[in-house]
Every structure is written in C-alpha cells, then in structure tokens.
Write a protein that binds this ligand. Structure first.
Ligand code: NI
Length: 138
C-alpha cells in the first residue's frame, strides 16, 4: 500500500506563474518536487525554532595566528561535545583555517555554541546550515 497522497489547491494565477518561474530557475524536476523541498525546509526551520532534535553544520573561518583562538575553539567544542558529530579542519592559506562542525541534537545548545563561536576573537566568519534529522521527510 502506497503512502502517497494527492492534494489539490486553489491559488491566484499570478502566484502560480511566479512559482512556476521559481521552479524552472531552481531547476526542480516538477512543481511537486519543489513544494516537497520547501515543505521539508519549513519543517526543519520550525524544529530549530522549537528546540527540537535537529542536524546541520557550522562552518568557521579563522586566523589561527590570533592568540588563543585555537585553544578557545577546541575548549568550546569540548564543552558542546554532546551535539558534535564530527569536525573537519582545512588549512586555507598561511593564516586561515576553515573548520566544518557537523551537529546533531537539540537546537538550543547548538545555537548557543554558534553564538560563542561568533564571539571568539580571530573567528572571521561563522555560518550555520540548519537541516533536519531526516524523520518524516520521505
Ligand atoms: Ni589550519
């Protein structure tokens, strides 16, 4: 037995035309795929807003010559070890490092960790990608 459901909806023609242009521009294979993708994004954002279980990644760029920055970043990652799945470090150039921290857990401590990352002197960029843990996203 299939779990597939069909829905129909009424909407203004201009909204449909604008959405179809979006579907083409983003190269979705169909309206259905575009709508499903947006629904998943919406549900992931809600999970992050309501401190539910979430997943994602944090990307940091920092100057490793800045005094104390490496130790501070390491200390913070140990403090939030329960939400960190993995960390990847890349040496960008003589001064800069890029670190990607994959996270999974409650949204609140992850957001707190990101806020602390941003406050560390020497950290030049911090970017959080908010996704879901995958449940209910068929
Ligand atoms: Ni490095």
């Amino acid at each position: 037995m299939s779990n597939l459901v069909r829905i129909s909806m009424s909407l203004d023609n201009s909204l449909m035309l604008a959405f179809d242009a979006y579907v083409r521009a983003e190269r979705y294979p169909s309206r259905s795929e575009a709508i499903k993708s947006l629904m998943r994004q919406c549900l992931a954002e809600q999970a992050w807003e309501h401190n539910q279980l979430v997943a994602g990644s944090v990307t940091l760029v920092y100057d490793h010559h800045r005094q104390g920055v490496v130790k501070r970043l390491t200390d913070v990652q140990h403090d939030f070890g329960e939400v960190i799945v993995s960390t990847q470090h890349v040496h960008l150039d003589h001064h800069h490092c890029l670190e990607t921290v994959v996270v999974k857990g409650k949204a609140a401590p992850i957001r707190e960790m990101v806020t602390i990352f941003k406050s560390i002197k020497g950290v030049k960029q911090t970017s959080l990608v908010m996704t879901s843990i995958g449940k209910g996203l068929a």
